[in-house]
Design a binder for this molecule. Sequence first.
Ligand code: AVI
Length: 320
Amino acid sequence: QELEDGPFSFHRASLADPHFRADVLAGLAASPRAIPARWFYDRRGSELFEAITELPEYYPTRTETALLESIAGDLAALAAPDAAVVEFGSGSSVKTPRLLRAIEPAAYVPIDISGEFLRHSAAQLSQAFPGLPVYPVEADFLRPVPLPEQVAKMPKLGFFPGSTIGNMNAWHAIDLLRAMREWLGEGARLLIGMDRVKSPEILVPAYDDASGVTAAFNLNLLERINRELDGTIPMDAFRHRAIWNADYARIEMHLEAQRDVDFSVAGRPFHLRAGETIHTENSHKYGPNGARQLLRAGGWTPIEQWTDEKDWFALILCEA
Ligand code: AVI
């Protein structure tokens, strides 16, 4: 049975959301129990995720950022000079200025679900790049994204860093890639970050760090349920687990009951036996062939790829 997590984007709203309630109640009653990873990202969860990106064990962010820096010359040569960069799930990312400096685009379109967050990062970027027109779009890129009129005639370079694609099942990833191809239009290109398959000795600590930040990130989901959905989950009854699932080439995060436990959420009773888990996240890793197959199935042709010297993380440039 699969964790049914669609393409997620960052949900930073702090008020209880009816979709959150529905996903949690259905997910806790399912077998196996599973709650989509998109619900990690309340304010606290977003802060904890930022902290994860700075952990010594969590290599993806720093590896991708250094890679972007090192391929700036190649990118400058490959990108159309009058292109508009369209970033999916843009944010406080330290990666964006590196890309913008490298290719000097004609416009930048950050797309994010959180308007507050988007305005803040757009303002910061406008300051750092005074001549660059920035057209923020507040939207959930799971649904059709209307691109601003001003960039309609420009060739587009989609930017989807961070290996966020890895948090989706293959069929959702393919749907999203196809949708991006449609939104970006004729002649578009896409620069996408994908985390590579590697030894579980590297992968597991990246998702189960010694200082317990990832554990706090995972457990915050239960705290959020208690806070927003009137839950009575005893926090000491659960522990964070990160497991490498070799069959699916993915890290799975779970919350494991340490003992038999009873609680209620929004008035509904639940019982978990000791050892039962709630599956909270998949983070798929791709080898070179898997990455190419996924991108092709999504309607994109890889034309260039770069990896760091350990081959831990790949940036892949595709054309529509
Ligand atoms: C956002 N996403 C790409 C992260 C990942 O690595 O899958 C989320 C994360 N979960 C635990 N640590 C980081």
